[in-house]
Design a protein around this ligand. Sequence first.
Ligand SMILES: [Zn+2]
Length: 156
Amino acid sequence: MPSLDKTNSSNISTGLEKLETLLKTLKLFEEDRVKTFEDWSFSEDEKCSISEMAKAGFCFTGDMSKDDDSATCFVCGKVLDGWENTDDPWIEHQKHSANCQFVKMRRSEDELTVEEFLDLFKHISRQYLTNQYKKKEAVFIEVVQNIREIIKNQQF
Ligand SMILES: [Zn+2]
């Protein structure tokens, strides 16, 4: 009697959950970038509004309680601060990071084709994994150096 392979279906749903978490972590969707802004200085009728910041690829990465309005691009990682209400986030992005893949596309999320969206996903996933690798590599190198010191200081 045929039966559903529950192992496979749970693997797919676990995989999709992981993918969803990764997409949220990478701030690939405008709505996830919007959520990073809490106490933003400018309203929605100003050029430098939260929705325009998110549209132009920025996530809030500062600390408003310390007067730090840093915002970071989810693709190129460029950090910009000192925003003014008349700043156009796209223009600022282009001015400071002309080689950003998102700036080169210069299209809002709903204008992207599936292929372009997947290209962006591939690009930022690679960067994310490279950064994760570099962090682990740095920890590994530190551990190796510590072990080397311990061995060097041992008296035989
Ligand atoms: Zn960028």
